[in-house]
Design a protein around this ligand. Structure first.
Ligand SMILES: N[C@@H](CCC(=O)N[C@@H](CS)C(=O)NCC(=O)O)C(=O)O
Length: 366
């Protein structure tokens, strides 16, 4: 199809993969908004194209109907929201919007630990992980390559022999908290699917649902979670309803915030603290590398290492910008929901600098 025809049709294109958590995060947003989108398998040639266009060997990338290339799941969702606000994926109420961003950062910056562990580290899972990489690429060498590349990130997310029992436990606790919350609400933030659902069903679907090891646990333990996931993956523009009232939240929401905040609040605040020193010598306008070292943190109460990633600061800003925009009465509602859940650390930790994504790279801007 010619680019002109794609533009006429309003056709979006997504380079993605069944095995990619960030592809799974953005995919259902197109369905929810009723957009025409075709997903193209991220073959080796398309990975090369993604790298050539953005400087990052990463998926997903999206092409707008006009042919502009967009990288990063959060940037993609923001663009869809800006261009097609009729069916929002972020709540009109700013406190509920803040909750959406909190679930997004939980997924993007904490859940990779579960995703990587259950595909590339757990011994029973590795053969399946490798087979998936071969299926995607058609190249038998990609099994080992996937293991080396993505499995190689494990120590940078805090996955090691000391934390593995905690990671297994945290996976079950997360499922239990989701299961309980979904007893009283169809989606995480009310009657309609949002960025919160799309995010958690990113790794949730591409790894924890599709991979046999965690899938078995999910099916035994959390039937409501499996059904929620099917509804999120198949999100459509016809579902209507109310967002939650943040002043009268369902009990399961507060418990879910406590579970996720207990897992990720300090872990994410530790990245901000660890960035303070390296950031002090980075001038405004300078690009930052993917990691500027490693720091000590805790996973499920167990000490470990985590990569000190400037990108995490950008994700923290997405939460903080909404928090800072709240009027005093809204902020009081937000703090009643979030204080003492663990998420208060993310709301309060000093952020050492301002960063932006400029030409697909993290750049210090303030
Ligand atoms: N922050 C990016 C992360 C994208 C990402 O990590 N994608 C994975 C696939 S799910 C990837 O391309 N990994 C390759 C690598 O990190 O080497 C986003 O939100 O899109």
């Amino acid at each position: 199809m010619s680019p002109e025809r794609a533009r006429e049709l309003g056709l979006w294109r997504l380079y993605g993969s069944e095995m990619s958590m960030f592809t799974a995060k953005v995919r259902p947003a197109f369905g929810r908004k009723g957009l025409r989108m075709v997903e193209q398998l991220a073959t080796d040639a398309r990975w090369d194209e993604a790298e050539a266009r953005t400087g990052n060997r990463m998926i997903p990338i999206v092409f707008t109907p006009e042919g502009e290339c967009v990288q990063d799941s959060s940037v993609i969702l923001d663009l869809l929201e800006a261009r097609h606000p009729e069916i929002p994926i972020e709540a009109p109420d700013p406190v509920v919007r803040l909750l959406g961003r909190i679930f997004e950062i939980f997924h993007d910056e904490w859940m990779p630990m579960l995703a990587i562990y259950f595909r590339w580290i757990k011994p029973e899972a590795v053969a399946e992980g490798k087979a998936r990489a071969v299926a995607m690429s058609g190249d038998p060498r990609y099994g080992e390559r996937g293991l080396a590349t993505i499995g190689g990130y494990a120590p940078f997310f805090g996955i090691d022999e000391n934390t593995i029992p905690a990671i297994e436990r945290l996976h079950r606790e997360l499922l239990d908290a989701l299961e309980r919350h979904l007893e009283t609400t169809p989606y995480l933030l009310g009657d309609v699917p949002s960025i919160a659902d799309f995010s958690l069903c990113g790794a949730g679907h591409a790894h924890l649902y599709l991979d046999h090891e965690p899938h078995r646990v999910m099916w035994e333990r959390a039937p409501r979670v499996t059904h929620w996931m099917m509804r999120v993956v198949n999100a459509d523009p016809f579902e209507e309803g109310e967002w939650i009232d943040p002043a009268a939240p369902p009990e399961g929401l507060r418990a879910l915030l406590g579970t996720t905040g207990g897992m990720a609040g300090e872990y994410l605040a530790d990245v901000a603290r660890a960035l303070a020193e390296p950031m002090s010598s980075i001038e405004c306008g300078k690009r930052l590398p993917r990691a500027v070292g490693v720091h000590r943190t805790r996973v499920g109460g167990v000490e470990t290492n985590r990569a000190t990633t400037p990108y995490t600061l950008w994700m923290l800003q997405r939460v903080r910008d909404v928090h800072e925009s709240l009027a005093p009465a809204e902020r009081a509602v937000a703090r009643r929901l979030l204080d003492a859940t663990g998420w208060e650390h993310v709301l309060d930790v000093p952020l050492p600098a301002r960063v932006d994504l400029v030409a697909h790279k993290v750049v210090r801007t303030g």
